[in-house]
Design a protein around this ligand. Structure first.
Ligand SMILES: Nc1ncnc2c1ncn2[C@@H]1O[C@H](COP(=O)(O)OP(=O)(O)OP(=O)(O)O)[C@@H](O)[C@H]1O
Length: 451
């Protein structure tokens, strides 16, 4: 008996310690079983208390009366599926007549504390069927990506959502994106995760890093082209527009051939082309975009207009040519001059890290979701890397990328350096040449003037 008591005390102490220090481990060892029992046992009473039951139908009442049985109870939604996961529980519910998905969404907070879970979110899967996702602990506090993720070409598992699911950056579904955030809010870490995810794929990476190249140049071995100043950036973007036009010509040529063949698929973008003809897709990462839009003097203004025009053209027409924009900065609004709001409208994927004011949050979500604006303003300063991700459908999620250090990202890029495609249009911007040019400039700036 004494041995049993000691064992019990040890187990309870271990569970308490795990819950405090390692909530993910606690969930996998104890939490999932306890929470499953709690939810299944309390299900009917909690649903009733949360107003998610419907009164018995007339025919059931009549039947009960005729059979002289007690009045039947109100009924909660049917559980269609119950699945424990590594971060929480998923309930698939079949709604009763008269209920809708909004009822469940509105009761999320009540369900959360009634079931003693950390978070509850819900979404409608189809008419009358709602998926309720519950998390057992704060999954965004220490982000651990699942070992198995659903990887497809041009779809990167970049972060974790607060409901424990994986947040993907899917370039084919949302071709261009804008990432905003104050300084030290986690933009670079997010971008690093993207590069690390893309490194193992058949894709060309192009970087424009106006922070003098400190973020992207260390990853140079996996980049097909890099620019670290607005002058090079202007030329590089023009070269990308030329590449895009070339690809449109290729698609047109292929269309002319297939148009004469009955029942043949007609290509509308690079993904419809036969594999041997398909140009490699390009992801263009732009860090500190505002640096490209600032100017002092007439010449710089001309360069700025050239850059913004090229970016707008790539954003409008790049998708079919497999050229995707990933633009990152602290602010991105009309204060940066003409063309910016037009460009922003094309960047339909939006991610906002902590922002300094409501105006910055509005730059990310003002045109798509007022709720997302509020959520972005409320990001606490101490939780770096926490962000709100939304798209033009108005849907949004709280996400956080895993903390990938620059060293880890460099190692990943070096490991996949052999996958770096050589794009003929971008040869003058190959990282080794850009680095040489930068060294030459800095040497000429520091060299003493000779008489
Ligand atoms: N997802 C994350 N998880 C944990 N810590 C993070 C995360 N993202 C960022 N951080 C921490 O926040 C610090 C700042 O991040 P980061 O350099 O990405 O910010 P930034 O927005 O790019 O800043 P700046 O604009 O000044 O370059 C990092 O040193 C890192 O320690």
């Amino acid at each position: 008996m004494a041995a049993f008591t000691v064992a019990l005390v040890l187990v309870v102490a271990a569970a308490g310690l795990l819950r405090w220090r390692r909530p993910a481990w606690y969930w996998l060892t104890f939490g999932v079983t306890l929470a499953s029992l709690r939810v299944l046992i309390r299900y009917a009473s909690v649903m009733d208390a949360c107003g998610l039951t419907v009164p018995p139908s007339r025919w059931r009442l009549t039947l009960a009366r005729m059979a002289n049985r007690p009045v039947p109870e109100s009924r909660p939604p049917r559980i269609l599926r119950f699945s424990p996961t590594r971060t929480g529980l998923i309930l698939r519910l079949g709604l009763r007549p008269g209920q809708d998905a909004f009822d469940v969404a509105a009761a999320s907070d009540r369900l959360r504390h009634s079931f003693s879970m950390y978070g509850v979110t819900s979404r409608e899967l189809r008419s009358g069927v709602v998926e309720v996702r519950m998390t057992g602990y704060d999954v965004l506090k220490r982000v651990q990506m699942p070992a198995k993720v659903d990887t497809r070409p041009m779809r990167i598992p970049v972060a974790l959502r607060e409901d424990g699911s994986v947040h993907y950056r899917d370039y084919r579904a949302v071709p261009h994106a804008l990432t905003l955030g104050a300084t030290e809010s986690g933009k670079s870490v997010y971008q690093r995760n993207l590069v690390a995810g893309l490194a193992s794929m058949d894709v060309a990476l192009v970087g424009i890093d106006c922070k003098q190249g400190v973020e992207l140049f260390p990853l140079a071995r996996r980049f097909s082209a890099l620019a670290d100043n607005p002058d090079t950036a202007a030329e590089l973007l023009d070269a990308l527009v030329t590449r895009m036009e070339g690809i449109y010509q290729l698609i047109r040529a292929e269309q002319r051939i297939t148009a004469g063949v009955p029942d043949a698929e007609i290509a509308a973008d690079i993904w419809d082309l036969p594999e041997h003809l398909r140009p490699v897709p390009v992801v263009v990462l732009v860090d500190e975009v505002a640096e490209l839009a600032l100017f002092a003097g007439k010449d710089e203004e001309k360069r700025r207009d050239r850059i913004i025009t090229a970016l707008v053209r790539l954003a409008q027409l790049g998708r079919a040519a497999g050229i995707y924009l990933e633009i990152c900065g602290q602010r991105f609004g009309s204060e940066l001059g003409k063309g910016i709001t037009m460009l922003r409208a094309q960047l339909t994927g939006r991610t906002a890290h902590r922002v300094n004011d409501e105006t910055s949050a509005n730059m990310a979500f003002g045109d798509i979701s007022p709720d997302a604006v509020m959520a972005a303003i409320q990001i606490p300063a101490e939780l770096r890397g926490l962000a709100i991700a939304g798209d033009s459908t108005g849907g949004w999620h709280r996400i956080r990328a895993p903390h990938t250090s620059l060293r880890q990202a460099v190692n990943t890029c070096n490991r996949h350096a052999d996958r770096t495609p050589d794009l003929p249009e971008l040869t003058p911007f190959r990282p080794e040449l850009t680095a040489l040019a930068a060294t030459a400039v800095s040497v000429s700036k520091t060299a003493p003037a000779t008489a």
